[in-house]
Design a protein around this ligand. Structure first.
Ligand code: NAP
Length: 478
């Protein structure tokens, strides 16, 4: 079995312990054995990042462009191999996995451009003779902590801007998906990144993640994951004066109005609720449907659900891969049971057997639910959606906003009046019109409101808000 070490100060570690990375589509398939780091490994990684910051922070935009551009090219050239690895370790069907890898490549290309586009401002002072320069500088050593559900895209959208703007990095991927993280770091090494600029420490969040958050020499932390962990991290960072950005959960509403195109609405909900096995922070998990279309919509949606092919992530025919692990599967089944106990009517949501042993679950839809039921208040993070039936648009909007979350929100309607009103009044960081709540572009801002996000937005030109600090310089020519 191949073993994969951590990457600290430009060296791959060789000592143990290691743990197996198991394929959720086939529990007999071990992807590899990956190092389990500890607080000492984090301390070494932080020291290496601190040393490397002295030179990387002063590197030319061209140097940073060259590394990021080369990394993007390597990712794109190896898309099939990386997509197979992603599908094997996370369970995302191979088509979606390929899409995620391509997106990671595009992210590196985009931030290569951002490195050379970085600009400042020169403005006249209000005082005679003086000018004012506003420039951006890197923040310092950045700790990056990522979840398992986008094992290459999320690391890419944190690492690429961190490096583009001259920061150095200590990176901790999710324990469940170290494979893509390891390959990504190797690609950056092969692309000419100087030693110490990017350090990889794999291992459990409670040990490795915690040590990164508490390290005195870490200047900023970018985290994506659950609300509970994100809030703890934000508090610890604020207490220690670190810059922090946390992207967390969602309970994203999809409003379907009487005047919606039925086919468009069903396609958006199937994709939004069930693709990626519903394991997306932007999943369309709360479907809020008006009376006039409700019954036709439920009939069409359940018919389409029955035809969805659940199977091995490497099978080209598969539309819904396995759930990521036993813990997540138990959580999904528990939420389905609670929804039924609270009065919901459940379609699907059953364990299914496939030729290989894996965490297979058929997509679930819970109808006849109300906004106060747990299924509509808490994030399930699986192939489980619920329907709330409402009399009109006004009630739909009120219930769309009746949640602690505010990541993404969608509306299916052909009415300009309702769509325009919804875009302005729904409390979410991202709004989708006649499209799934999930599935975003790589070159524009990503993030939410309320309990879903804290701190500046990620991605696109907005990424610089987190990965740079502003300096204002006053010049008196004398
Ligand atoms: P999680 O359990 O919060 O873990 C996220 C990361 O934090 C993992 O790397 C984890 O390490 C680490 N971690 C755990 N405990 C920690 C601690 N005490 N200190 C520091 N780090 C710690 O979340 P997950 O189950 O991986 O991901 C699912 C969640 O992510 C869902 O809520 C989903 O909505 C959210 N998500 C949000 C976005 C977004 O952009 N808004 C995108 C994708 C996912 P280990 O796993 O190795 O223990």
């Amino acid at each position: 079995m191949q073993r994969y070490g951590n990457y600290i100060g430009g060296e791959w570690t060789t000592g143990g312990p290691y743990q197996p990375n198991i394929n959720p589509s086939d529990l007999n398939d071990v992807v590899g054995e990956y190092a389990v780091g500890d607080a000492a490994a984090v301390a070494a990684a932080v020291a290496a990042a601190r040393d490397a910051f002295a030179t990387w922070s002063l590197s030319t935009p061209q140097q940073r462009f060259d590394v990021l551009d080369a990394a993007g090219s390597r990712i794109l050239a190896r898309r099939d191999e990386l997509a197979r690895l992603l599908a094997r370790e996370e369970g995302k069907p191979i088509g979606e996995a390929t899409g995620e890898v391509v997106r990671a490549g595009h992210i590196f290309k985009f931030f290569a451009g951002e490195a050379v586009r970085a600009a400042g401002e020169v403005v006249p002072s209000v005082r005679p003779g003086m000018t004012v320069e506003i420039t951006r500088e890197p923040v310092g050593v950045v700790g990056l902590i990522t979840p398992w559900n986008f094992p290459i895209a999320i690391p890419a959208w944190k690492i690429a801007p961190a490096l583009a703007f001259g920061n150095t990095v200590v990176f901790k991927p999710a324990d469940l998906t170290p494979g893509c993280a390891w390959e990504l770091v190797k690609i950056l090494e092969d692309s000419g990144l100087p030693k110490g600029v990017l350090n990889l420490v794999m291992g459990p969040g409670s040990v490795v993640g915690d040590a990164i958050v508490k390290a005195r020499e870490v200047d900023a932390v970018s985290f994506t994951g659950s609300v509970a962990t994100g809030r703890r991290i934000a508090v610890a960072c604020v207490e220690n004066g670190k810059k922090v950005q946390t992207e967390m959960g969602g309970k994203n509403p999809m409003v379907v109005l009487d005047d919606a195109d039925l086919e468009t609405a069903v396609a958006a909900c199937i994709n939004g609720a069930y693709f990626s096995t519903g394991q997306r922070c932007t999943a369309s998990s709360r479907l809020i449907v008006t009376d006039g279309i409700h019954d036709r919509f439920v009939a069409a949606l359940t018919e389409r659900m029955a035809g969805l092919r659940v199977g091995h992530a490497l099978d080209e025919e598969t539309e819904i891969g396995p759930v990521v692990d036993q813990r997540q599967l138990d959580q999904d089944l528990e939420y389905i049971a609670v929804a039924a106990a609270e009065g919901g009517k459940v379609y699907g949501g059953e364990r299914v057997q496939r030729p290989t042993p894996g965490f297979y679950l058929s997509p679930a839809l819970v109808t006849e639910t109300t906004s106060d039921m747990r299924i509509n208040r808490e994030e399930v993070f699986g192939p489980v959606a619920s329907i709330i039936r409402v009399p009109d648009y006004e009630t739909a909007l009120a219930l769309a906003n009746d949640t602690e979350f505010g990541l993404s929100a969608g509306i299916c309607s052909t009415s300009l009046k309702y769509v325009s009103h919804f875009k302005r009044h729904v409390q979410a960081g991202m709004v989708m019109v006649n499209a799934p709540t999930a599935g975003v572009d790589y070159h524009v801002a990503f993030g939410g409101r309320k309990a879903s996000s804290y701190g500046p937005r990620e991605q696109g030109s907005y990424a610089k808000e987190f990965y740079t600090t502003v300096k204002t310089t006053y010049v008196n020519p004398g």
